[in-house]
Write a protein that binds this ligand. Structure first.
Ligand SMILES: NC(=O)c1ccc[n+]([C@@H]2O[C@H](COP(=O)([O-])OP(=O)(O)OC[C@H]3O[C@@H](n4cnc5c(N)ncnc54)[C@H](O)[C@@H]3O)[C@@H](O)[C@H]2O)c1
Ligand SMILES: [Zn+2]
Length: 341
């Protein structure tokens, strides 16, 4: 079992098999827990209910994926928590991928002005990214338009659950883990580079989490350093929207484009290695058939833009990120490097 602290009060527990013994932080007065459970995590939720003997468990099923991240679902959850008599000393547990933990965190942070939240991420992306860092929220006109910063009291990760995920889920999470290696842990990068999709999660999950925890502990509210977590995400988000791509696929081509720009503008000498590592994971390195005008239109809406260009995260080397403006003509070159012309 491995443990990390995020700030003073939030703990991440990583293990195999028997982790749910550690689900609930020791605290007096807790009588009930409400499990906000995603459809794909129903079996995990059943396991938690059968393994937690001491307190009353109530399961609140959530709609799947981002259809859980709505104010309507939050309202359904608040009303159910109130009907169940969940009080200040009780606990809300989010079980599922990032959509479930984002919603559960938001509900826990706002119900009764804040009750204890615990997350059980059941996707690799949830474990290495969404459940870490304290961002919670729901979608409205835009993604994550309404939310609060609030750390869960505990995040409990069972690597056996993550090892059983289908390959495409594993790839989605590995894309974020590779990003963590590129911005902050050269050994993690080298491990994924040499072992690909079958890289040991005992290595990948704690190391990727510790990169994110390190960044978040320095910069909780995104004033500065936290921006480096967006490596590959500027062009990646535009591709995600323009082509209706999955997030992991989109940030993979986003990282390839950022690698190309890093090589041109910052002397990054591992762009080829980065590209090969992405390919080895079975993630895409090109995004043909996208209309460059649509992609550029989406980039023009990016919040991180000023007269000198788009502010992007580039690498000077592995584990050596820099945030800098990239002029429009260079962006055109970056898009061309992934087949968007
Ligand atoms: N808060 C943050 O900092 C942060 C960071 C990154 C992403 N996110 C959010 O996370 C969400 C994406 O998370 P995600 O990729 O985990 O997807 P998801 O939560 O949408 O889940 C994807 C699918 O996986 C299924 N599933 C869950 N666990 C499973 C399991 N063990 N076996 C089989 N299927 C399972 C779910 O039912 C769902 O159909 C987005 O809403 C995104 O905005 C948040
Ligand atoms: Zn991401």
């Amino acid at each position: 079992m491995e443990r990390f602290l995020v700030g003073d009060t939030s703990e991440i527990v990583i293990g195999r098999g028997d982790v749910f013994n550690d689900l609930l932080p020791a605290r007096a007065g807790r009588e009930k827990i409400a499990l906000l459970s995603q459809p794909g995590a129903a079996q995990v939720t059943d396991r938690i209910v059968s393994e937690i003997g001491r307190v009353a468990c109530h399961v609140i099923p959530l709609p799947d994926r981002d259809s859980a991240k709505t104010l309507a679902t939050a309202e359904m959850a608040y009303r159910t928590l109130a009907d169940l008599g969940i009080g200040r000393h009780d606990t809300v547990v989010g079980v599922g991928g990032g959509a479930a933990t984002d919603l559960a965190g938001f509900v826990a942070a706002t119900y009764l002005r804040g009750v204890e939240a615990v997350y059980v991420p059941t996707t690799l992306l949830g474990a290495v990214d969404a459940s870490i860092g304290g961002k919670t929220g729901v979608n409205l006109a835009g993604k994550n338009l309404v939310g609060v910063f609030s750390h869960p009291r505990r995040v409990v990760i069972d690597l056996d659950i993550l090892d059983a995920l289908p390959d495409q889920f594993r790839r989605e999470g590995m894309a974020e883990a590779l990003k963590a290696g590129l911005i902050g842990d050269r050994d993690l990068f080298a491990h994924i580079e040499s072992t690909g999709l079958r890289s040991s999660l005992d290595v990948v999950v704690p190391r990727a989490i510790s990169v994110k925890v390190g960044v978040v502990n320095e910069d909780f509210r995104e004033a500065g350093k936290r921006a480096i977590l967006n490596y590959g995400h500027t062009i990646g988000h535009a591709v995600e929207l323009a082509g209706d791509w999955s997030h992991g696929n989109a940030i993979s081509v986003g990282m390839v484009a950022a690698g190309f720009l890093g090589e041109r503008l910052e002397g990054f000498d591992a762009a080829l290695r980065q590209r090969q590592a992405i390919q080895r994971l079975g993630l895409p390195v090109r995004a043909e058939n996208l209309d460059i005008r649509v992609v550029q239109g989406l980039l023009a809406r990016d919040k991180k833009r000023d007269q000198s260009g788009l502010r992007m995260v580039l690498l000077r080397g592995i584990s050596d990120p820099v945030v800098r403006p990239v002029p429009p003509d260079e962006i055109v070159g970056g898009l061309a490097s992934i087949g968007i012309t």
